[in-house]
Design a protein around this ligand. Structure first.
Ligand SMILES: Nc1ncnc2c1ncn2[C@@H]1O[C@H](COP(=O)(O)OP(=O)(O)OP(=O)(O)O)[C@@H](O)[C@H]1O
Length: 247
């Protein structure tokens, strides 16, 4: 029996001679909205690429719902949706048509089921009424939500998002936050989300890991993060303190 959605054990990644991820161990449990925090260049994207099987660890192992991602990649990724590299949609095609093409790649659904699934995910992400518009007319926030719609096509248990709030205006950020909370509540989806901006994650995540120079320097729940650093309710200050004290 596995109880964690992600179990990364002692994960290390060298690129050439550079140590980019240094022996990180992490467990993420069902329905966590887990925040991965770190300043620019800390190693967030590399860590998420490891978790999604885009690159292989030099050392250590990664289990997704108990399945080793290196040994059984296809099965491990079956119930994972991820936006680590920007989702690629055909800009001159409508959002609906883009999703229909992607849904066709799922052979376990009939043609009718695929079309129904597309309508369901468009509705969930609030794009039903713009579904027939070309993707090139979408705002960045709409493109992000279309990316999440794509991730939802396979009924994932886990969604991994790399800096999903980058470039969004305050309304787009709020819509994305609300969507993530809705998916966690209503579909029991676990999230692993990176950001270098604490403000974006503070009301969203129940747990955090902070990485710095490829090392895990803190992990735990939000309340403990605030109490250990004695910063009142100031998560930003807690984050800065932990990084400064590390040196
Ligand atoms: N393919 C690569 N070859 C060499 N160095 C790399 C490669 N990919 C990443 N790095 C280095 O690894 C470190 C971590 O990069 P990464 O992109 O994972 O950080 P990040 O926390 O996502 O940063 P940002 O917030 O700026 O996106 C950086 O110093 C980067 O230059």
């Amino acid at each position: 029996m596995h109880d964690s959605v992600i179990f990364a054990r002692n994960v290390t990644k060298y690129i050439g001679n550079c140590l980019i991820i240094d022996h990180i161990t992490l467990k993420i449990y069902p329905k966590d909205i887990y925040g991965l925090l770190g300043i620019n260049g800390a190693g967030k994207t590399t860590f998420l690429r490891l978790m999604t099987g885009l690159i292989a660890p030099t050392e250590g192992e990664i289990l997704i719902q108990g399945i080793n991602i290196e040994k059984n990649r296809k099965k491990a990724l079956l119930k994972m949706g991820a936006i680590v590299e920007s989702p690629v949609f055909f800009p001159f095609m409508s959002g609906r048509k883009n999703l229909q093409n992607l849904a066709r790649l799922n052979p376990s659904m009939s043609g009718k089921e695929q079309l129904e699934k597309v309508e369901e995910v468009l509705e969930i992400v609030g794009l039903s009424n713009r579904g027939d518009d070309k993707v090139k007319t979408y705002s960045l926030g709409m493109k992000q939500r279309l990316g999440i719609a794509q991730a939802l096509l396979n009924n994932p248990d886990l969604i991994i998002l790399d800096e999903p709030f980058n470039g969004l205006d305050p309304i787009g950020k709020k819509e994305l936050r609300d969507l993530i909370v809705k998916l966690q509540n209503e579909k029991n989806i676990t999230f692993f989300i990176s950001s270098h901006l604490l403000d974006e994650l503070r009301y969203l995540c129940n747990k955090f890991m902070i990485i710095h120079q490829g090392k895990m320097i803190w992990q735990g729940d939000k309340e403990t993060l605030l109490s250990t650093t004695n910063t009142g309710n100031d998560l930003e200050e807690a984050f800065i303190q932990l990084i400064q004290n590390y040196h």
